[in-house]
Every structure is written in C-alpha cells, then in structure tokens.
Design a protein around this ligand. Structure first.
Ligand code: ADP
Length: 192
C-alpha cells in the first residue's frame, strides 16, 4: 500500500528531549528521523571536509551556516521516494524554515505539524550537564551549554510564532516520564 507523505518537525531548546522523542515517534509512525545534529556529528567523527569545517563551530555552540545545513537536507530528501520524515534540530533559523517551505513546495508538500517541547531552563541545564558527564559530547560543557541556549532563544525561538500563525504548532511539556510524553505527542498528532 502506498503511504502518504508526512512532514513533522520537532522544535525545542537543547536538552528538551527532541532526539529521544523523535526516535520513538518515528518508530511508532513509520517515519524517518532526520537529525542534523547526528548527521553533523557523524561527519566530524569520520573527518570529512564538512566535518572539519563544522567541528569548531559546534564546539563553540554556534550554528552551522544555513547553506551547509540545507545541502544536507536536500541530500536526505533526495534519498526518499515518499518523504515521511521527522526533522529533529532543523529548521533552527528563519532562513532555514523558509528554505524548507520552498523545498517542500517544489515537491508538492508542506509541513504537516510542528511539535514544540517546553522545558524550564534550569531543568535543561541540569539535563545537559548530566549528559556531558555520561556521554562526553564535545559541546556539552557549561560554557557551550549557555551559548547554545542563547542561540536557541535568539535564532530558533522566533520559529514558534512562524509555525503558530499557520496553525500547525502543538506545544507540549517535555518534563515527566519519557513514555508519557511520547503518548501525549502521538495523541495530539491524532495518531492514537
Ligand atoms: P542540541 O539541540 O542538544 O544543541 P543538536 O544535536 O541538535 O543538539 O545540535 C548540535 C550542534 O549542531 C548545534 O549546536 C549546531 O552547532 C549544529 N546544528 C545542528 N543542527 C543545525 C541546524 N539546523 N542549523 C545550524 N546548526 C545546526
């Protein structure tokens, strides 16, 4: 049976649990999770040209230039016959959001829904410091964490309004048991 295209975006600050929830929802709904952070980290690990370029930027907690991110997204979409995707960590700027709209329009598609995970800032810092101790991600140190939160507020938060105006935004609390959050997301998406 042919499945219809579906484009979901997970939005929220660093440490909100986007990656975790996106993976769970992707599995339940048969979607492909496209995480720009994971793709960039793979490039850094493998030492590709792109990886060398973005490593210092990511270590500072700054954003990778839009053109590089958009090249990755175009590439990922090209791999799929029917896009059924969750974007995790993308778009992160107004320019990225507008470029995504154009890209989807070319394919006759649109953003179906945006899930915003809200978590109080003190809780975010706590989670990111814990992840730093456990996983040792290069950008999970206190200074970079503060920088990433700042960049989120300045560059990414305006997207909340961008999508809210369009009536595709669903806002959920990202605190509490992981399972319950997943169920809430599936429920607001009308998938339960
Ligand atoms: P987090 O949301 O916890 O900060 P991510 O894994 O989503 O972690 O991103 C890690 C880093 O990768 C970001 O701080 C940024 O440097 C880079 N990055 C990921 N996605 C994007 C994007 N869409 N635009 C620009 N930079 C990005």
């Amino acid at each position: 049976m042919e499945q219809r295209p579906y484009v979901l975006i997970f939005l929220g600050p660093p440490g909100a649990g986007k990656g975790t929830q996106a993976a769970r929802v992707a599995e339940r709904l048969g979607l492909k999770k496209i995480s720009t952070g994971d793709i960039l980290r793979a490039h850094v690990r493998e030492g590709t040209e792109l990886g060398k370029k973005v490593a210092p930027i990511m270590e500072r907690g700054d954003l990778v230039p839009d053109e590089l991110i958009l090249a990755i997204i175009r590439e990922e979409l090209k791999k799929l016959d029917t896009p059924r995707v969750i974007f995790d960590g993308f778009p992160r700027t107004r320019a990225q959001a507008e470029a995504l709209d154009r890209l989807l329009e070319e394919l006759g598609l649109k953003v179906d829904a945006v899930v915003l995970l809200e978590v109080p800032t003190e809780e975010l810092v706590k989670r990111l410091l814990k992840r730093a101790r456990e996983e040792g991600r290069a950008d999970d140190n206190e200074e970079t964490i503060r920088r990433r939160l700042e960049v989120y507020q300045k560059e990414t938060e305006p997207l909340i309004d961008y999508y809210a105006r369009r009536g595709v935004l669903f806002t959920l609390q990202g605190t509490g048991p992981v399972d319950e959050i997943t169920e809430c997301i599936l429920k607001v998406l009308g998938a339960l």
